[in-house]
Design a protein around this ligand. Structure first.
Ligand SMILES: Nc1ncnc2c1ncn2[C@@H]1O[C@H](COP(=O)(O)OP(=O)(O)OP(=O)(O)O)[C@@H](O)[C@H]1O
Ligand SMILES: [Mg+2]
Length: 530
Protein backbone atom coordinates (compact mmCIF):
# COMPACT_ATOMS: atom_id res chain seq x y z
CA UNK A 1 0.00 0.00 0.00
CA UNK A 2 1.40 3.34 -0.95
CA UNK A 3 0.80 6.55 0.99
CA UNK A 4 2.17 8.32 3.98
CA UNK A 5 2.45 6.18 7.10
CA UNK A 6 1.19 8.12 10.09
CA UNK A 7 1.37 5.54 12.86
CA UNK A 8 1.08 1.98 14.09
CA UNK A 9 -1.53 0.13 16.10
CA UNK A 10 -0.33 -0.85 19.54
CA UNK A 11 -1.83 -2.42 22.66
CA UNK A 12 -5.37 -3.70 22.80
CA UNK A 13 -7.28 -3.14 19.59
CA UNK A 14 -10.98 -4.01 19.24
CA UNK A 15 -13.08 -4.21 16.09
CA UNK A 16 -14.31 -0.67 16.77
CA UNK A 17 -11.38 1.30 18.16
CA UNK A 18 -7.65 0.81 18.28
CA UNK A 19 -4.89 2.69 20.10
CA UNK A 20 -1.95 3.85 18.03
CA UNK A 21 1.35 5.62 18.36
CA UNK A 22 2.93 7.94 15.91
CA UNK A 23 5.93 10.23 15.57
CA UNK A 24 4.08 13.03 13.79
CA UNK A 25 0.72 14.10 15.15
CA UNK A 26 -2.15 13.32 12.72
CA UNK A 27 -5.09 15.75 12.91
CA UNK A 28 -8.16 14.75 14.83
CA UNK A 29 -10.87 13.88 12.36
CA UNK A 30 -8.41 12.86 9.64
CA UNK A 31 -8.86 9.60 7.79
CA UNK A 32 -6.46 6.67 7.62
CA UNK A 33 -6.51 3.26 5.99
CA UNK A 34 -5.45 0.05 7.77
CA UNK A 35 -4.65 -3.01 5.69
CA UNK A 36 -4.59 -6.37 7.40
CA UNK A 37 -5.62 -9.94 6.65
CA UNK A 38 -7.39 -9.04 3.39
CA UNK A 39 -9.31 -6.10 4.83
CA UNK A 40 -8.86 -2.46 3.88
CA UNK A 41 -10.37 -0.59 6.78
CA UNK A 42 -11.09 3.13 6.84
CA UNK A 43 -10.42 4.72 10.21
CA UNK A 44 -10.89 8.17 11.66
CA UNK A 45 -8.42 9.64 14.14
CA UNK A 46 -10.60 10.31 17.15
CA UNK A 47 -8.12 11.88 19.47
CA UNK A 48 -4.42 12.45 19.83
CA UNK A 49 -2.20 13.11 22.80
CA UNK A 50 1.42 14.30 22.61
CA UNK A 51 3.55 12.52 25.16
CA UNK A 52 7.14 12.58 26.38
CA UNK A 53 7.79 9.76 28.84
CA UNK A 54 10.95 11.48 30.07
CA UNK A 55 8.83 14.39 31.24
CA UNK A 56 6.21 12.59 33.29
CA UNK A 57 6.26 13.61 36.94
CA UNK A 58 8.82 16.38 36.38
CA UNK A 59 7.63 19.66 37.84
CA UNK A 60 10.70 21.90 37.92
CA UNK A 61 10.77 24.13 34.84
CA UNK A 62 14.58 24.26 34.65
CA UNK A 63 14.74 20.43 34.77
CA UNK A 64 12.11 20.26 32.03
CA UNK A 65 14.20 22.57 29.83
CA UNK A 66 17.35 20.56 30.52
CA UNK A 67 15.77 17.21 29.64
CA UNK A 68 14.26 18.66 26.48
CA UNK A 69 17.57 20.02 25.33
CA UNK A 70 19.25 16.70 26.09
CA UNK A 71 16.83 14.39 24.30
CA UNK A 72 16.09 16.87 21.48
CA UNK A 73 12.46 15.74 21.32
CA UNK A 74 13.50 12.12 20.58
CA UNK A 75 11.33 10.80 23.41
CA UNK A 76 8.35 12.78 22.27
CA UNK A 77 5.63 10.88 20.44
CA UNK A 78 1.93 10.97 19.76
CA UNK A 79 -0.56 8.43 21.00
CA UNK A 80 -4.20 8.31 20.21
CA UNK A 81 -7.22 6.31 19.22
CA UNK A 82 -8.45 5.52 15.76
CA UNK A 83 -12.10 4.61 15.25
CA UNK A 84 -12.58 1.89 12.66
CA UNK A 85 -15.37 2.74 10.27
CA UNK A 86 -15.70 0.02 7.67
CA UNK A 87 -14.09 -2.24 5.09
CA UNK A 88 -13.43 -0.30 1.90
CA UNK A 89 -13.32 -3.56 -0.03
CA UNK A 90 -17.07 -4.03 0.51
CA UNK A 91 -18.81 -0.84 -0.69
CA UNK A 92 -21.86 -2.69 -2.02
CA UNK A 93 -22.68 -4.06 1.41
CA UNK A 94 -22.40 -0.60 2.97
CA UNK A 95 -18.80 -0.96 4.19
CA UNK A 96 -19.37 -3.44 7.05
CA UNK A 97 -16.75 -3.62 9.78
CA UNK A 98 -14.59 -6.75 9.84
CA UNK A 99 -15.26 -9.00 12.80
CA UNK A 100 -11.51 -9.22 13.40
CA UNK A 101 -9.58 -6.36 15.03
CA UNK A 102 -6.34 -5.09 13.46
CA UNK A 103 -3.29 -6.81 14.92
CA UNK A 104 -0.85 -4.61 16.86
CA UNK A 105 1.79 -3.31 14.50
CA UNK A 106 -0.72 -2.62 11.68
CA UNK A 107 0.25 0.53 9.76
CA UNK A 108 -1.98 3.61 9.71
CA UNK A 109 -1.68 5.14 6.26
CA UNK A 110 -3.14 8.55 5.55
CA UNK A 111 -6.14 8.06 3.24
CA UNK A 112 -5.49 9.47 -0.23
CA UNK A 113 -7.74 12.10 -1.76
CA UNK A 114 -9.00 9.63 -4.36
CA UNK A 115 -10.16 7.19 -1.66
CA UNK A 116 -11.95 9.93 0.25
CA UNK A 117 -13.62 11.30 -2.86
CA UNK A 118 -15.02 7.87 -3.67
CA UNK A 119 -16.47 7.65 -0.18
CA UNK A 120 -17.74 11.19 0.43
CA UNK A 121 -17.90 12.70 -3.05
CA UNK A 122 -20.76 12.88 -5.53
CA UNK A 123 -22.09 9.46 -6.46
CA UNK A 124 -25.46 7.71 -6.85
CA UNK A 125 -28.06 9.47 -4.69
CA UNK A 126 -25.30 11.38 -2.94
CA UNK A 127 -25.81 14.57 -4.87
CA UNK A 128 -26.27 17.34 -2.30
CA UNK A 129 -23.07 19.20 -1.61
CA UNK A 130 -22.82 20.30 2.02
CA UNK A 131 -19.16 21.31 2.38
CA UNK A 132 -15.70 19.80 2.58
CA UNK A 133 -13.95 17.44 4.96
CA UNK A 134 -12.73 19.44 7.93
CA UNK A 135 -9.37 17.72 7.80
CA UNK A 136 -9.04 17.94 3.98
CA UNK A 137 -10.49 21.06 2.52
CA UNK A 138 -9.90 19.71 -0.99
CA UNK A 139 -12.36 16.85 -0.54
CA UNK A 140 -16.02 17.81 -1.07
CA UNK A 141 -18.72 16.10 0.98
CA UNK A 142 -22.07 15.18 -0.58
CA UNK A 143 -25.16 13.84 1.18
CA UNK A 144 -27.61 11.18 0.05
CA UNK A 145 -30.82 13.09 -0.63
CA UNK A 146 -33.17 10.10 -0.50
CA UNK A 147 -31.84 9.04 2.88
CA UNK A 148 -31.87 12.60 4.18
CA UNK A 149 -35.53 13.17 3.39
CA UNK A 150 -36.92 9.73 4.22
CA UNK A 151 -34.93 9.29 7.43
CA UNK A 152 -35.30 12.91 8.57
CA UNK A 153 -32.69 15.35 9.81
CA UNK A 154 -31.80 17.33 12.92
CA UNK A 155 -29.53 20.39 12.84
CA UNK A 156 -28.33 21.13 16.35
CA UNK A 157 -25.96 23.73 17.77
CA UNK A 158 -25.61 26.62 20.12
CA UNK A 159 -26.79 29.96 18.86
CA UNK A 160 -24.66 31.54 16.16
CA UNK A 161 -22.83 28.31 15.27
CA UNK A 162 -24.25 28.11 11.75
CA UNK A 163 -27.59 26.29 11.81
CA UNK A 164 -29.44 28.70 9.54
CA UNK A 165 -26.49 28.81 7.16
CA UNK A 166 -26.69 25.00 6.99
CA UNK A 167 -30.42 25.14 6.29
CA UNK A 168 -29.78 27.68 3.52
CA UNK A 169 -27.06 25.55 1.91
CA UNK A 170 -29.30 22.46 2.03
CA UNK A 171 -32.40 24.28 0.79
CA UNK A 172 -30.56 26.00 -2.02
CA UNK A 173 -28.97 22.70 -3.07
CA UNK A 174 -32.26 20.81 -2.89
CA UNK A 175 -34.10 23.50 -4.83
CA UNK A 176 -31.71 22.93 -7.73
CA UNK A 177 -32.80 19.30 -7.69
CA UNK A 178 -36.47 20.21 -8.07
CA UNK A 179 -37.36 19.68 -4.42
CA UNK A 180 -40.47 20.96 -2.68
CA UNK A 181 -39.54 22.46 0.67
CA UNK A 182 -41.58 24.11 3.36
CA UNK A 183 -39.52 26.16 5.82
CA UNK A 184 -41.30 27.52 8.88
CA UNK A 185 -39.43 30.74 9.41
CA UNK A 186 -39.80 31.98 12.98
CA UNK A 187 -37.56 35.06 12.70
CA UNK A 188 -37.78 36.03 9.01
CA UNK A 189 -34.28 34.62 8.43
CA UNK A 190 -35.11 33.05 5.09
CA UNK A 191 -38.09 34.89 3.70
CA UNK A 192 -35.94 37.63 2.19
CA UNK A 193 -32.89 35.42 1.54
CA UNK A 194 -31.33 34.57 -1.79
CA UNK A 195 -32.27 30.88 -1.64
CA UNK A 196 -33.14 29.71 -5.14
CA UNK A 197 -36.78 29.14 -6.19
CA UNK A 198 -38.09 30.90 -3.12
CA UNK A 199 -41.82 31.24 -2.60
CA UNK A 200 -42.46 33.54 0.36
CA UNK A 201 -45.74 32.69 2.05
CA UNK A 202 -47.59 35.01 4.40
CA UNK A 203 -49.81 32.51 6.17
CA UNK A 204 -53.51 33.19 6.00
CA UNK A 205 -55.73 30.76 7.77
CA UNK A 206 -59.37 30.17 7.17
CA UNK A 207 -61.00 28.94 10.39
CA UNK A 208 -63.31 26.80 8.30
CA UNK A 209 -60.39 24.50 7.43
CA UNK A 210 -59.20 24.25 11.03
CA UNK A 211 -59.93 21.44 13.44
CA UNK A 212 -61.89 21.95 16.63
CA UNK A 213 -58.71 21.44 18.66
CA UNK A 214 -56.81 24.02 16.65
CA UNK A 215 -59.59 26.51 17.18
CA UNK A 216 -59.75 25.83 20.93
CA UNK A 217 -56.06 26.65 21.11
CA UNK A 218 -56.22 29.66 18.84
CA UNK A 219 -59.12 31.08 20.83
CA UNK A 220 -57.48 30.21 24.14
CA UNK A 221 -60.47 28.10 25.16
CA UNK A 222 -59.32 25.54 27.68
CA UNK A 223 -61.01 22.24 26.73
CA UNK A 224 -61.24 21.41 30.44
CA UNK A 225 -63.35 24.56 30.98
CA UNK A 226 -66.33 22.38 30.23
CA UNK A 227 -69.07 24.89 29.65
CA UNK A 228 -67.09 27.14 27.31
CA UNK A 229 -65.75 24.16 25.40
CA UNK A 230 -69.24 22.65 25.07
CA UNK A 231 -70.80 25.84 23.79
CA UNK A 232 -68.08 26.38 21.28
CA UNK A 233 -68.15 22.79 20.10
CA UNK A 234 -71.90 22.95 19.59
CA UNK A 235 -71.66 26.22 17.61
CA UNK A 236 -68.74 24.82 15.59
CA UNK A 237 -70.79 21.79 14.60
CA UNK A 238 -73.81 23.84 13.58
CA UNK A 239 -71.65 26.23 11.55
CA UNK A 240 -69.91 23.38 9.72
CA UNK A 241 -73.22 21.73 9.00
CA UNK A 242 -74.59 25.03 7.72
CA UNK A 243 -71.74 25.26 5.23
CA UNK A 244 -71.14 21.69 4.13
CA UNK A 245 -74.60 20.19 4.67
CA UNK A 246 -76.28 21.80 1.66
CA UNK A 247 -79.24 23.13 3.71
CA UNK A 248 -78.04 26.75 3.54
CA UNK A 249 -76.36 28.94 0.95
CA UNK A 250 -73.41 29.73 3.26
CA UNK A 251 -69.88 29.15 1.99
CA UNK A 252 -66.58 28.76 3.91
CA UNK A 253 -66.25 32.56 4.13
CA UNK A 254 -69.41 32.63 6.27
CA UNK A 255 -68.01 30.28 8.92
CA UNK A 256 -66.70 32.85 11.38
CA UNK A 257 -69.79 35.04 10.96
CA UNK A 258 -72.02 32.04 11.64
CA UNK A 259 -70.15 31.33 14.87
CA UNK A 260 -70.40 34.93 15.90
CA UNK A 261 -74.10 35.20 15.11
CA UNK A 262 -74.86 32.12 17.20
CA UNK A 263 -72.90 33.40 20.18
CA UNK A 264 -74.60 36.79 20.04
CA UNK A 265 -78.03 35.22 20.06
CA UNK A 266 -77.15 32.74 22.81
CA UNK A 267 -75.93 35.58 24.99
CA UNK A 268 -79.06 37.56 24.16
CA UNK A 269 -77.34 40.48 22.43
CA UNK A 270 -78.44 42.03 19.16
CA UNK A 271 -76.07 40.64 16.45
CA UNK A 272 -74.26 43.32 14.40
CA UNK A 273 -76.23 44.36 11.32
CA UNK A 274 -73.74 42.71 8.96
CA UNK A 275 -74.62 39.29 10.33
CA UNK A 276 -78.32 39.41 9.58
CA UNK A 277 -77.96 37.51 6.29
CA UNK A 278 -76.01 34.75 7.97
CA UNK A 279 -78.64 34.61 10.71
CA UNK A 280 -81.39 34.15 8.13
CA UNK A 281 -79.58 31.11 6.75
CA UNK A 282 -78.95 29.62 10.21
CA UNK A 283 -82.64 29.94 11.11
CA UNK A 284 -83.32 27.26 8.51
CA UNK A 285 -81.46 24.69 10.58
CA UNK A 286 -83.12 22.47 13.13
CA UNK A 287 -79.94 21.96 15.15
CA UNK A 288 -79.46 25.74 15.44
CA UNK A 289 -82.81 25.97 17.18
CA UNK A 290 -81.77 23.12 19.47
CA UNK A 291 -78.55 24.92 20.29
CA UNK A 292 -80.51 28.02 21.27
CA UNK A 293 -82.80 25.96 23.50
CA UNK A 294 -79.92 24.38 25.38
CA UNK A 295 -77.45 27.19 25.70
CA UNK A 296 -79.45 30.43 25.96
CA UNK A 297 -80.30 29.47 29.51
CA UNK A 298 -79.10 31.30 32.59
CA UNK A 299 -76.87 28.31 33.27
CA UNK A 300 -74.69 28.93 30.26
CA UNK A 301 -74.96 32.67 29.80
CA UNK A 302 -71.69 33.71 31.47
CA UNK A 303 -69.73 31.01 29.70
CA UNK A 304 -71.25 31.91 26.35
CA UNK A 305 -70.30 35.50 26.94
CA UNK A 306 -66.74 34.36 27.69
CA UNK A 307 -66.61 32.43 24.41
CA UNK A 308 -67.90 35.41 22.46
CA UNK A 309 -65.26 37.73 23.85
CA UNK A 310 -62.55 35.13 23.17
CA UNK A 311 -63.76 34.89 19.59
CA UNK A 312 -63.51 38.66 19.23
CA UNK A 313 -60.06 38.78 20.89
CA UNK A 314 -58.91 36.07 18.56
CA UNK A 315 -60.06 37.98 15.47
CA UNK A 316 -58.32 41.09 16.69
CA UNK A 317 -55.05 39.40 17.74
CA UNK A 318 -54.72 37.52 14.49
CA UNK A 319 -56.02 40.19 12.14
CA UNK A 320 -54.08 39.71 8.91
CA UNK A 321 -53.65 35.97 9.45
CA UNK A 322 -57.19 34.83 10.02
CA UNK A 323 -58.98 35.36 6.78
CA UNK A 324 -62.43 33.88 6.18
CA UNK A 325 -61.91 34.25 2.43
CA UNK A 326 -58.52 32.49 2.45
CA UNK A 327 -58.29 29.32 0.44
CA UNK A 328 -56.93 26.15 1.99
CA UNK A 329 -53.47 26.86 3.51
CA UNK A 330 -51.76 24.34 1.23
CA UNK A 331 -52.91 26.12 -1.90
CA UNK A 332 -50.45 28.93 -1.11
CA UNK A 333 -47.56 26.45 -1.36
CA UNK A 334 -45.97 25.62 -4.68
CA UNK A 335 -44.52 22.36 -5.88
CA UNK A 336 -40.81 22.48 -6.78
CA UNK A 337 -40.27 25.62 -4.70
CA UNK A 338 -38.69 26.54 -1.40
CA UNK A 339 -41.83 27.70 0.37
CA UNK A 340 -40.93 29.93 3.29
CA UNK A 341 -43.83 30.42 5.68
CA UNK A 342 -43.22 33.66 7.53
CA UNK A 343 -44.17 33.20 11.19
CA UNK A 344 -42.22 36.18 12.46
CA UNK A 345 -45.32 38.15 13.40
CA UNK A 346 -46.80 35.39 15.55
CA UNK A 347 -46.17 34.58 19.19
CA UNK A 348 -45.05 31.05 20.08
CA UNK A 349 -48.52 29.69 20.83
CA UNK A 350 -49.99 30.93 17.59
CA UNK A 351 -46.97 29.76 15.59
CA UNK A 352 -47.55 26.32 17.10
CA UNK A 353 -51.10 26.28 15.78
CA UNK A 354 -50.20 27.48 12.31
CA UNK A 355 -47.38 24.93 12.02
CA UNK A 356 -49.48 22.07 13.32
CA UNK A 357 -52.24 22.96 10.89
CA UNK A 358 -49.79 22.83 7.99
CA UNK A 359 -48.19 19.60 9.21
CA UNK A 360 -51.54 17.87 9.62
CA UNK A 361 -52.63 18.93 6.15
CA UNK A 362 -49.28 18.08 4.52
CA UNK A 363 -49.26 14.55 5.94
CA UNK A 364 -52.93 14.11 5.05
CA UNK A 365 -52.49 15.22 1.43
CA UNK A 366 -49.35 13.14 0.95
CA UNK A 367 -51.25 10.09 2.23
CA UNK A 368 -54.05 10.84 -0.19
CA UNK A 369 -51.55 11.14 -3.02
CA UNK A 370 -49.88 7.89 -2.03
CA UNK A 371 -53.08 5.89 -2.26
CA UNK A 372 -53.88 7.38 -5.66
CA UNK A 373 -56.38 10.01 -4.50
CA UNK A 374 -56.40 13.54 -5.78
CA UNK A 375 -54.17 15.67 -3.55
CA UNK A 376 -53.63 19.43 -3.55
CA UNK A 377 -51.29 20.28 -6.45
CA UNK A 378 -48.42 21.43 -4.21
CA UNK A 379 -48.37 18.02 -2.52
CA UNK A 380 -48.01 15.88 -5.63
CA UNK A 381 -44.31 15.25 -4.95
CA UNK A 382 -42.32 14.45 -1.79
CA UNK A 383 -41.90 17.34 0.64
CA UNK A 384 -39.12 18.28 3.03
CA UNK A 385 -40.31 20.34 5.98
CA UNK A 386 -37.87 22.47 7.98
CA UNK A 387 -38.79 23.56 11.51
CA UNK A 388 -36.68 26.23 13.16
CA UNK A 389 -36.94 26.53 16.95
CA UNK A 390 -37.98 22.89 17.11
CA UNK A 391 -37.61 22.88 20.92
CA UNK A 392 -40.48 25.38 21.08
CA UNK A 393 -42.70 23.52 18.63
CA UNK A 394 -41.88 20.05 20.04
CA UNK A 395 -40.80 20.65 23.62
CA UNK A 396 -39.82 17.82 25.94
CA UNK A 397 -42.02 18.67 28.87
CA UNK A 398 -45.37 19.95 27.66
CA UNK A 399 -47.85 19.06 24.96
CA UNK A 400 -48.20 21.27 21.91
CA UNK A 401 -50.25 20.72 18.78
CA UNK A 402 -47.16 20.65 16.57
CA UNK A 403 -45.40 18.07 18.74
CA UNK A 404 -48.08 15.53 17.95
CA UNK A 405 -47.76 16.07 14.18
CA UNK A 406 -43.97 16.26 14.26
CA UNK A 407 -43.99 12.87 15.99
CA UNK A 408 -46.45 11.46 13.45
CA UNK A 409 -44.39 12.70 10.49
CA UNK A 410 -41.16 11.48 12.07
CA UNK A 411 -42.72 8.01 12.40
CA UNK A 412 -44.84 7.76 9.26
CA UNK A 413 -43.40 10.37 6.88
CA UNK A 414 -40.96 7.91 5.32
CA UNK A 415 -43.79 5.93 3.73
CA UNK A 416 -45.52 8.98 2.32
CA UNK A 417 -42.58 11.09 1.19
CA UNK A 418 -42.63 13.70 3.94
CA UNK A 419 -39.25 14.42 5.49
CA UNK A 420 -38.75 16.60 8.51
CA UNK A 421 -35.77 18.69 9.57
CA UNK A 422 -35.67 19.79 13.21
CA UNK A 423 -33.45 22.80 13.89
CA UNK A 424 -32.68 23.71 17.50
CA UNK A 425 -30.24 25.58 19.68
CA UNK A 426 -31.58 23.82 22.76
CA UNK A 427 -31.52 20.11 21.97
CA UNK A 428 -32.11 19.08 25.56
CA UNK A 429 -35.45 20.88 25.45
CA UNK A 430 -36.50 18.82 22.42
CA UNK A 431 -39.01 16.00 22.63
CA UNK A 432 -36.87 12.86 22.80
CA UNK A 433 -39.41 10.71 20.95
CA UNK A 434 -39.33 12.96 17.90
CA UNK A 435 -35.56 13.33 18.06
CA UNK A 436 -34.98 9.59 18.23
CA UNK A 437 -37.04 9.08 15.06
CA UNK A 438 -34.62 11.37 13.29
CA UNK A 439 -31.77 9.29 11.92
CA UNK A 440 -29.55 11.96 10.38
CA UNK A 441 -27.88 14.69 12.36
CA UNK A 442 -25.74 17.70 11.59
CA UNK A 443 -24.31 18.81 14.90
CA UNK A 444 -22.32 22.01 14.99
CA UNK A 445 -20.76 23.49 18.11
CA UNK A 446 -22.54 22.19 21.18
CA UNK A 447 -21.14 23.14 24.56
CA UNK A 448 -23.57 22.16 27.27
CA UNK A 449 -23.13 18.60 28.60
CA UNK A 450 -26.92 18.30 29.07
CA UNK A 451 -27.47 19.05 25.38
CA UNK A 452 -24.76 16.62 24.36
CA UNK A 453 -26.14 13.77 26.47
CA UNK A 454 -29.64 14.34 25.16
CA UNK A 455 -28.41 14.13 21.56
CA UNK A 456 -26.34 11.05 22.33
CA UNK A 457 -29.37 9.32 23.86
CA UNK A 458 -31.21 9.81 20.61
CA UNK A 459 -28.42 8.56 18.36
CA UNK A 460 -26.33 5.47 18.87
CA UNK A 461 -23.93 6.64 16.16
CA UNK A 462 -22.62 9.54 18.20
CA UNK A 463 -19.65 8.03 19.98
CA UNK A 464 -18.07 9.46 23.13
CA UNK A 465 -15.12 10.60 21.09
CA UNK A 466 -17.20 12.43 18.49
CA UNK A 467 -19.10 13.98 21.38
CA UNK A 468 -15.85 15.30 22.78
CA UNK A 469 -15.24 17.17 19.53
CA UNK A 470 -18.44 19.20 19.75
CA UNK A 471 -17.41 22.00 22.13
CA UNK A 472 -14.24 22.65 20.14
CA UNK A 473 -15.90 23.14 16.76
CA UNK A 474 -15.71 26.57 15.15
CA UNK A 475 -18.56 28.34 13.35
CA UNK A 476 -19.69 26.27 10.37
CA UNK A 477 -17.87 23.10 11.45
CA UNK A 478 -20.02 20.05 12.07
CA UNK A 479 -20.21 16.38 12.84
CA UNK A 480 -22.53 14.66 10.38
CA UNK A 481 -23.95 11.25 11.22
CA UNK A 482 -26.69 9.01 9.90
CA UNK A 483 -27.61 7.05 6.80
CA UNK A 484 -27.24 10.09 4.50
CA UNK A 485 -23.45 9.71 4.79
CA UNK A 486 -21.58 6.39 4.53
CA UNK A 487 -19.54 7.21 7.64
CA UNK A 488 -19.70 9.77 10.44
CA UNK A 489 -17.83 12.76 9.11
CA UNK A 490 -16.40 16.05 10.34
CA UNK A 491 -17.28 18.73 7.82
CA UNK A 492 -16.69 22.40 7.17
CA UNK A 493 -20.12 23.43 5.90
CA UNK A 494 -20.10 25.69 2.84
CA UNK A 495 -20.94 29.31 3.42
CA UNK A 496 -24.25 30.17 1.79
CA UNK A 497 -23.54 32.79 -0.83
CA UNK A 498 -26.84 34.64 -0.71
CA UNK A 499 -28.16 37.02 1.87
CA UNK A 500 -29.56 35.55 5.10
CA UNK A 501 -31.43 37.37 7.84
CA UNK A 502 -30.48 36.70 11.43
CA UNK A 503 -26.75 37.36 11.07
CA UNK A 504 -25.09 39.31 13.84
CA UNK A 505 -25.98 43.00 14.05
CA UNK A 506 -23.06 45.43 13.81
CA UNK A 507 -23.76 46.97 17.21
CA UNK A 508 -20.71 49.21 17.28
CA UNK A 509 -21.30 50.45 13.74
CA UNK A 510 -24.96 51.26 14.34
CA UNK A 511 -24.26 53.03 17.63
CA UNK A 512 -21.48 55.00 15.98
CA UNK A 513 -23.60 56.19 13.10
CA UNK A 514 -26.45 57.09 15.47
CA UNK A 515 -24.04 59.06 17.64
CA UNK A 516 -22.71 60.93 14.65
CA UNK A 517 -26.27 61.77 13.63
CA UNK A 518 -27.16 62.92 17.15
CA UNK A 519 -24.02 65.00 17.36
CA UNK A 520 -24.90 66.72 14.10
CA UNK A 521 -28.37 67.48 15.43
CA UNK A 522 -27.05 68.78 18.76
CA UNK A 523 -24.68 71.07 16.99
CA UNK A 524 -27.52 72.64 15.04
CA UNK A 525 -29.52 73.00 18.26
CA UNK A 526 -26.62 74.91 19.79
CA UNK A 527 -26.49 77.35 16.90
CA UNK A 528 -30.20 78.02 17.32
CA UNK A 529 -29.76 78.71 21.05
CA UNK A 530 -26.99 81.15 20.37
N1 LIG B 1 -20.21 27.41 7.26
C1 LIG B 1 -19.99 28.71 7.52
N2 LIG B 1 -18.93 29.34 6.98
C2 LIG B 1 -18.71 30.64 7.25
N3 LIG B 1 -19.49 31.41 8.03
C3 LIG B 1 -20.56 30.86 8.59
C4 LIG B 1 -20.86 29.47 8.37
N4 LIG B 1 -21.97 29.17 9.06
C5 LIG B 1 -22.36 30.32 9.67
N5 LIG B 1 -21.52 31.32 9.40
C6 LIG B 1 -21.68 32.71 9.89
O1 LIG B 1 -21.93 32.69 11.28
C7 LIG B 1 -23.00 33.55 11.63
C8 LIG B 1 -24.10 32.79 12.36
O2 LIG B 1 -24.63 31.81 11.51
P1 LIG B 1 -26.14 31.34 11.57
O3 LIG B 1 -27.07 32.49 11.55
O4 LIG B 1 -26.31 30.30 10.53
O5 LIG B 1 -26.16 30.69 13.04
P2 LIG B 1 -27.39 30.00 13.80
O6 LIG B 1 -26.85 28.78 14.43
O7 LIG B 1 -28.53 29.84 12.89
O8 LIG B 1 -27.71 31.07 14.91
P3 LIG B 1 -29.12 31.27 15.71
O9 LIG B 1 -29.16 30.21 16.76
O10 LIG B 1 -28.95 32.63 16.29
O11 LIG B 1 -30.22 31.19 14.74
C9 LIG B 1 -23.47 34.20 10.33
O12 LIG B 1 -22.93 35.48 10.23
C10 LIG B 1 -22.93 33.30 9.25
O13 LIG B 1 -22.62 34.02 8.08
MG1 LIG C 1 -30.55 30.60 12.94
Amino acid sequence: MSGEEVGRIIGEASTLVAPFVSKTPPREGDYVVLEYEGFRVLGMIEYVLRVNDALTDVHDESVIDKIRSLDGGRNEYVKGVVRLLGDLNRPREGYPLPRIPPPPGTKLVRAGRGVLETIFGKSGNRVLRIGTLLSRRDVPVYLDVNKMVTRHLAILAITGAGKSNTVAVISDGLSRLGATLVIFDMHADYVYSGIGNLNPVQPRLNPFYMSLNELYKLMRIDPSAHKQARIFRAAYKVARKAISGGATSLGPEGFLDALKYMLYTVVGLEPPAGLVGVGGELEKLENYKKLLDIYSTRNFKDSAFGVLSKLEDFEERLAGIIDPAAPDALSLLERGKVNVVDLSRLDEDDADIVVSHYLRRILGERKKHRVGGEAVESMNAPVFVVLEEAHILAPKDRPTLSKYWIGRIAREGRKFGVGICLVSQRPKGLDVDSLSQVNNMIILKLVEPGDQRHVQQASEQLSEDLLRQLPALNVGEAVIIGPMTPFPVLVKIDKFQGQLGGSDIDVLGEWGSMRRRDEDTNYEDLIEVE
